[in-house]
Design a protein around this ligand. Structure first.
Ligand SMILES: Nc1ncnc2c1ncn2[C@@H]1O[C@H](COP(=O)(O)OP(=O)(O)OP(=O)(O)O)[C@@H](O)[C@H]1O
Length: 226
């Protein structure tokens, strides 16, 4: 299993309500679609799976590692080496070119660099496969369209073939055609490297692309149905 969680809970500081998450068992190479209304805890769950936050209660194993037993820096290392993250707002570095944004994980992780071979070549291949025109490679991130920034963010997550990709609503700014095309391209590239994709969205129309589904309830509903 690439992800195994049991009785996972999270409580934000100074909040009384506790988010409880359904158990996840995701075999390596399979994909998971997480959906639920605004505030149901989708982004919070991704922060636990990526190791950014440590669960308040419950057990969480990612890449075969018990995240509760790892220090913050060990979780950071595990994420840098083995997990690609696509953020809702993309989080591209504005003063770097598109290409340098894509190769960034290879500078932060020796493991990703080794997996990528030549990072610049790997970046160009991924960017081309994701439909980015060559003239965009040298442009700074703010000089790209939203759809292009999203593809750069996807290429950055995919470089060095991490076994797990976590994507937080990366299609929310796109029209329906581009949204479906992006999901198809992302899954196609993930299939080439055998990576699992965990994809968060409030849009159930995307569910059919994914083999596994997890529905989060609103906070109140979650509290009412332990
Ligand atoms: N930094 C924070 N401090 C305190 N509470 C937070 C924080 N971030 C999120 N929350 C609360 O945790 C709950 C879950 O938020 P989260 O962002 O995970 O939901 P979501 O399902 O991703 O929502 P959306 O679809 O709107 O992005 C919400 O009630 C939110 O107000």
């Amino acid at each position: 299993m690439i992800i195994k969680t049991t009785n996972l809970c999270w409580q934000w500081p100074r909040q009384t309500a506790r988010l409880r998450f359904p158990d996840i068992s995701l075999p390596a190479g399979e994909h998971l679609f997480i959906h639920g209304p605004s505030g149901s805890g989708k982004t919070t769950l991704l922060s636990l799976l990526s190791g950014l936050n440590r669960a308040t209660l419950g057990s969480i194993r990612v890449h075969g590692q018990d995240l509760a037993r790892l220090s913050g820096s060990a979780r950071d290392r595990l994420r840098a080496d083995r997990t690609g993250v696509i953020f809702q707002q993309f989080n591209l570095v504005p003063y770097l070119s598109a290409l340098d944004n894509v190769t960034l994980p290879c500078r932060l992780s020796r493991h990703r660099r080794q997996q990528a071979g030549d990072p610049a070549d790997a970046a160009r291949q991924l960017m081309t496969a994701l439909g980015l025109p060559m003239e965009t490679f040298t442009r700074k991130a703010p000089e790209l369209s939203t759809g292009q920034q999203q593809r750069v963010a996807a290429a950055r997550a995919l470089i060095g073939a991490p076994p797990l990709i976590l994507a937080d609503e990366p299609t929310s700014a796109l029209d329906v055609v581009n949204r479906d095309r992006f999901v198809a391209l992302l899954l196609e590239q993930a299939a080439r490297t055998g990576s699992s994709v965990v994809f968060v969205s409030h849009d159930p129309a995307l569910a059919s692309h994914f083999g596994n589904h997890l529905e989060l309830l609103t906070e109140t509903e979650t509290e009412a149905n332990p």
